[in-house]
Design a protein around this ligand. Sequence first.
Ligand code: PEP
Length: 252
Amino acid sequence: MRKKIVAGNWKCNTTVKEGVELAKSVNELVLTRGAKDVVVVLGTPFTHLNSVAESVDRNRIQIASQNCAAESKGAFTGEVSVSMIQSTGANYVILGHSERREYYNETSEILNKKLALILEQGLIPIYCCGEALTIREAGTQNEFVKQQLDETIFYLTEEQLLKIVIAYEPIWAIGTGKTATTQQAQDMLAYIRGLIAAKYSKSVAEEISILYGGSCSASNANELFSQPDIDGGLIGGASLKAEDFLSIINGY
Ligand code: PEP
């Protein structure tokens, strides 16, 4: 059975001290009141990974970086490699977030290099995809998302694909307070699962966790997570408040 996952993406927020306090609060709430069958992931800035990893119960909370270098090591000033990330205790990498694609020109070619390194090192990529508002308004969101997948994760072998998590995040819903309707989210996730079934097999498609992200909150998580193809959420703003994040985790 595929995993239910709720992953926080803290983005460029919190100092290390604030991040550790937030992680400790989430840890306490998850241990005492959290849904037991949900995988909880904290996506912190690079600088926080190790301290956060050491301040939570690793049987219950997983740690993600929000990016990684496209090279394994060497003269790439300012970059953070997958093995460095792994050495902090983190075991997930959020990859291809629309903010990185848009502001840092992350192309499919770059994402493929990163994907290969993450999988080689045994970490789990949370691969993000999703369309801009103009594309949604033109009604071509399915074609757009299919192209993103065709250019990246659909190059993976079946064995590799089974190791990844996919997050569908319509750009128009990220940080805007404008969530996709439950039907829009379910339709896209079912579409992605159908693409996987056609390209690989139905059993592979049934194994892969696909998350929804975009203004997911304590008030809409329950409805979103009730859908058959929505296996959890990638959570931005609401992951910065421990109680809100817990409510989303308990949205199942
Ligand atoms: C995100 O950035 O991945 C995200 C889903 O943000 P928010 O929940 O704030 O819309």
